[in-house]
Ligand binder design. Structure first.
Ligand code: SF4
Ligand code: SF4
Ligand code: SF4
Length: 199
């Protein structure tokens, strides 16, 4: 097909020839596809654990109730919390000045440690095209502190949020974090729906 005959939303269409609105839609579609892959992986992992579940429900966080108090990092029985930051690509604005990536009042948007919100370096930032940036979480480095989630919720679209990773959680009879959660954000969910995803 000649390039002029390409559909406007074709993935093959030269990205530089898209209007700003088209580029934004394209990025969201790309994000949704990437997120779809992540969700399939999550669903597969959850399915593997379902057979080992003791009851018919798992502990999980309601992102709508969580106030990012910090106790998810400090009160899990595991040495490093089973709570991790999740990223909803479809909700993300691909912002240059990301409230989850940068601390507030930074003087320069660079990767100097003093400018970054995440204390463990778990968030990677990748330039897509002006003025869009993609953010991904390295879950192995995340400790569930929720600092990025608070920043994104306060200044951005709320695309970063906390969830208990079902592959890591030992499904305690009484979740230690639920015991101390100040906003009653952790409750049992059916094994068939082990995550409260924003996608
Ligand atoms: S303890 Fe509750 S409010 Fe605090 S970060 Fe965890 S889920 Fe959110
Ligand atoms: S700021 Fe905290 S919750 Fe966010 S990615 Fe880093 S370690 Fe995880
Ligand atoms: S159920 Fe246990 S292992 Fe899972 S998040 Fe709560 S305290 Fe951590």
């Amino acid at each position: 097909m000649a390039r002029n005959d390409e559909p406007r939303n074709s993935p093959e269409r030269d990205n530089s020839r898209r209007t700003p609105l088209e580029r934004r839609r394209f990025l969201r579609t790309l994000g949704a596809l990437l997120a779809g892959g992540s969700l399939l992986a999550v669903a597969g992992a959850a399915g593997r654990r379902t057979s080992a579940a003791r009851g018919d429900a798992y502990w999980q966080i309601d992102p709508g109730k969580c106030t990012q108090c910090g106790r998810c990092e400090t009160h899990c029985v595991l040495p490093v919390s089973a709570v991790k930051c999740f990223h909803a690509n479809r909700v993300c604005g691909y912002c240059d000045l990301c409230g989850g990536y940068y601390r507030s009042n930074v003087k320069e948007l660079n990767t100097a440690a003093e400018n970054l919100m995440c204390p463990t370096g778990a968030i990677a930032r990748r330039y897509v095209e002006e003025p869009y940036f993609e953010y991904t979480i390295d879950e192995a480095l995340c400790n569930g502190c929720g600092k990025c989630v608070k920043g994104c919720t306060s200044f951005g679209n709320g695309s970063l949020y906390l969830q208990i990773n079902r592959d890591l959680c030992t499904d305690c009879n009484a979740c230690r974090i639920a015991d101390v959660c100040p906003s009653d954000a952790i409750s049992r969910v059916p094994v068939s729906h082990p995550y409260n995803l924003k996608e």
